[in-house]
Write a protein that binds this ligand. Structure first.
Ligand code: ATP
Length: 236
């Protein structure tokens, strides 16, 4: 459904992605792993239209979307949940969720249904629906960022470092929620992570980025057993 073909992306004169090709199939969870600064965020922001492609192209369901405006890409159903959550701190949980649907013209009933779906996935958010988002824990804010991403009825979800800074028990909860979204809605999901083990454990396929290059890709269970990957990304 998504095909990134040989893209090159620059920040000014500095190249950040070199001939990167990347694919996501229907219903698939794909992980993108790599160290700090490898280019994971750059790739996701390029797919969504925030960064520009210098050469190569991006196709989504057969349609060329390279360099299209980000709001159009969101309208097409590609949703990027950024690293660091970026919830609106002064707004309540409920209002943040409503903001996630800004590109849609939902009826009151549709809005309620989408909010109910998010609350079903994260009951904690329901309990805190009137609380200002900025006063919540990091884990709760991450749940809200994911929930907000779901509000626009995404056809492809991309999560940037969803486990960043979270306690292990919350990380488990987050990854279970991601699996549930994929299984219940059949939404394809891309997860960029430094927590390679978790991301690879729940994904079908993995791409490894190193300083702007895809150095390896393949089935996640196979890469989890690869001595090179173990040494570089799995702590032995
Ligand atoms: P992290 O896990 O730290 O977010 P990442 O794999 O997502 O890492 P990117 O944030 O995509 O990596 O960064 C890739 C490269 O591009 C890095 O060398 C980074 O310094 C550079 N870079 C990222 N954003 C910008 C920017 N706005 N201007 C200039 N260079 C940038």
């Amino acid at each position: 459904m998504l095909q990134v073909n040989n893209i090159n992306v620059y920040y000014g004169k500095v190249e950040a992605l070199f001939n990167v090709s990347f694919e996501v199939g229907d219903n698939e969870i794909v992980s993108l792993i790599g160290a700090n600064g490898a280019g994971k965020t750059t790739l996701m922001k390029t797919i969504v239209g925030i960064n520009k492609v210098q050469s190569g192209n991006i196709e989504y369901n057969g349609k060329e979307i390279s360099n299209q405006h980000a709001h159009k890409t969101v309208y097409d159903g590609i949703v990027y949940v950024p690293e660091g959550r970026e919830v609106f701190p002064q707004m309540t949980v409920y209002e943040n969720l409503e903001m996630g649907a800004f590109s849609k013209k939902y009826t009151k009933g549709e809005m309620d249904d989408h909010i109910a779906e998010v609350y079903d996935l994260f009951p904690r958010l329901k309990e805190r629906s009137k609380q200002a988002a900025g006063t919540m824990s990091g884990g709760e804010q991450q749940m809200l960022a994911i929930g907000r991403g779901m509000m626009s009825d995404p056809k492809l979800l991309m999560f940037d470092e969803p486990s960043l800074g979270l306690a292990p028990v919350i990380v488990d909860e987050m990854f279970r929620a991601i699996i549930k979204i994929n299984e219940s809605r059949k939404t394809p999901i891309v997860i960029a992570e430094q927590n390679a083990f978790m991301a690879m454990s729940i994904s079908k396929r993995t791409y490894v980025l190193e300083v702007g290059h895809i150095v390896t890709h393949g089935a996640s269970p196979e890469l989890l057993n690869s001595p090179d990957i173990k040494k570089a990304y799995l702590g032995g």
